[in-house]
Design a protein around this ligand. Structure first.
Ligand code: ADP
Length: 602
């Protein structure tokens, strides 16, 4: 309930449409009220001989001279017009309502999507993508659902009051009798609302889980196919799906049982009214026509009562969705702009780490007391065993994560004082696994700078040694890539990623093992492109193969989250420490691979 004001904020831009829709609702309710009258008139004044009430009597007296047929025709035509009006208004109302409902949902969904993108890596590390997709795509509907429920509730409430008043005019006892079911309805709605929430959360979580499995399977398809694990994944999906379905069925059963309880209560009410009304008619206190109209009204009173009760019931579903969606919206991004964040233009590219400490949630001391400095244009290589913290170290520079203590400085300014947008504009990435969008090659390169011209894209591709192979493709730059660029080889994808980085033309470059997944022949072509890319940029290069970092200005050897050794290639070799060990190991491996005979023992 506390979300309602926030939901209504989404309605604000569409308040005109909403107001119009309310007006139509009232009209629909009024035409609905008129609906039972023709039947009563036909029974009492056409078939029976009762005089018509007040105004109508003087108005129609001249027709009645000509027999009852003109009256019958008039009543039937009037009834037809009322019915047509009622349905016409309903269509218009439906159109207006759908329009602002869909617009509102889109607004809410867009906010969720935007927010999910802004949440920090640390948040996404903990959450599975499926749950987010579920929240953005399905739970956002609840915002409109809640508002939409207001409409039938208002309509029902208006009809309820109107019908009650009219029934009360005809027979106060019957009218009051019809209301004796209200306390029972009230109780059952309350009982239902409090008992269903937990189940709803459970079912929705399970449904989100199913989406997670699909999402994971689609992004891991290569691994799944390679290991022949399709049946395993299918089984996982199926079992999860079955659990969700079982829970959903149990839930729906409860929801329908609740509907049944509401209907039973009103049926008992109808029976009471019918019994007592029949008794009054037998006593001669009610005409048959009056009884018909009263029963029609009582039935009509129960319509809105049932509608209100079931709406409150189904609203629980919306409330739960809404709560989950707002929880997402209320998650504060851990990494945010400082209130007085500075926007910078192109940085020079001097980077300094000062006593940086960092831990992932549940993994203490990922980085311990890391300090180093990079002058503009220098190449800093980061090497060390797997899990040493190389990627983590580099992730602190674009503020994917923030250091627990210590500072990261860019051109002498703490990166936390820069606006995130400005900071990230300074950094281009080439990752181990080139992530490409399922779009054309040109679009993938253009991602580096969205307003780049075709010439600039081609120039970037040429610099990245990618132009030749792209030109050989039948559709050239317009070639559409499959999911994650799957239609190209690893080396080709990597060169597109390099072209993208060229286009971004940032003063700082991060290369995260860009050639580790690529064979040595293609590696040379990429290294050549990377050499060109590194010109004039401060470069951070994570490398497994030490051969690729020989010329670095500074090599940091990471070990268990600490900088174990630092220096140039020669200095580190001379030191005879961890770097020397790693280097010897790789030389030996390289010999084995190329089947070179090892040097004979001296
Ligand atoms: P490297 O790049 O040197 O192989 P990483 O920086 O990726 O090492 O990881 C350092 C350590 O932090 C590893 O033990 C890894 O398991 C852990 N780690 C990496 N990413 C996360 C994460 N998102 N959440 C928790 N722990 C992580």
């Amino acid at each position: 309930m506390k979300f309602l004001p926030r939901v209504f904020a989404y309605l604000r831009p569409y308040w005109r449409l909403a107001a119009f829709s309310v007006l139509l609702t009232v009209l629909a309710a009024l035409t609905g009220l008129a609906a039972p009258w023709p039947l009563g008139v036909v029974m009492d004044n056409v078939i029976g001989n009762q005089p018509l009430p007040g105004v109508l009597a003087s108005f129609t007296s001249s027709w009645l001279a000509a027999g009852k047929m003109p009256l019958l025709v008039a009543v039937v035509v009037a009834g037809l017009i009322v019915a047509m009006l009622h349905h016409g208004i309903a269509v218009l109302q439906n159109y207006v309502t759908t329009t602002f409902e869909q617009k509102m949902i889109l607004d809410f969904r867009s906010d969720l999507f935007e927010h999910a993108q802004r949440l920090s890596m640390a948040f996404h590390d903990q959450k599975r993508a499926g749950g987010l997709i579920y929240a953005i795509n399905f739970q956002a509907d609840a915002a409109a659902g809640v508002i939409m429920a207001v409409q039938p509730m208002v309509q029902s409430a208006v009809s309820l009051v109107g019908m009650f008043w009219l029934t009360y005019q005809m027979n106060p006892t019957l009218a009051l009798l019809s209301l004796c079911v209200v306390p029972f309805l009230y109780y059952s709605v309350g009982y239902y609302a409090t008992h269903i929430q937990e189940r709803l959360v459970a079912v929705k979580t399970m449904e989100g889980e199913s989406l997670s499995i699909i999402h994971e399977a689609m992004s891991m398809l290569r691994v799944i196919v390679a290991f022949g694990r399709e049946p395993h994944e299918y089984g996982r999906f199926r079992r999860q799906g079955e659990r969700a379905v079982t829970a959903r069925i149990a839930l729906t059963l409860r929801q329908t049982l609740f509907g049944l309880a509401v209907n039973m209560i009103t049926a008992i009410g109808t029976a009471l009214v019918l019994g007592y009304g029949g008794y009054l008619a037998v006593q001669g206190q009610l005409t048959a026509g009056q009884l018909t109209v009263v029963i029609a009204y009582v039935a009509a009173i129960y319509g809105p009562l049932e509608a209100i009760s079931t709406t409150i019931g189904s609203l629980q579903d919306q409330f739960v969705s809404l709560r989950m969606a707002f929880e997402l919206l209320d998650t504060q991004p851990e990494i945010q702009d400082a209130p007085d964040a500075v926007v910078i233009e192109r940085a020079k590219g001097a980077v300094r780490f000062e006593n940086v400490e960092f831990s992932y949630q549940g993994r203490i001391d990922t980085l311990k007391n890391v300090s180093f400095e990079a002058q503009p244009g220098q190449v800093i290589a980061v090497c060390g065993p797997t899990g040493a913290g190389k990627t983590t170290l580099i992730s602190l520079l674009p503020r994917f994560y923030d250091a627990k203590s210590g500072r990261v400085l860019l051109d002498g300014t703490d990166t936390r004082q820069l606006s995130l947008k400005a900071l990230r504009r300074q950094i281009a990435f080439v990752q181990q696994e080139p992530l490409l969008f399922s779009a054309s090659i040109a679009d993938n390169i253009r991602y580096g700078r969205l307003d780049a011209t075709q010439e600039e894209i081609v120039a970037a591709a040429q610099a990245a040694n990618a132009h030749d192979f792209i030109s050989r493709l039948p559709k050239g730059y317009d070639t559409l890539l499959g999911e994650r660029g799957a239609t190209l080889s690893g080396g080709e994808r990597q060169r597109i990623a390099v072209a993208r980085a060229f286009l971004k033309d940032a003063p700082i470059l991060i290369l995260d093992e860009p050639t580790s997944a690529i064979d040595s022949k293609t590696e040379a072509v990429i290294l050549d492109a990377l050499d060109r890319l590194m010109q004039g940029r401060t470069t951070f290069m994570i490398a497994h193969r030490l051969a690729t970092i020989r010329n670095a200005d500074l090599i940091l050897v990471m070990h268990h989250g600490e900088v174990a050794e630092r220096g140039t290639h020669e200095e580190l070799l001379a030191r005879g420490g961890l770097y020397k060990q790693l280097s010897d190991l790789q030389t030996a491996q390289a010999r084995r691979r190329t089947r070179l005979p090892s040097a004979p023992p001296a």
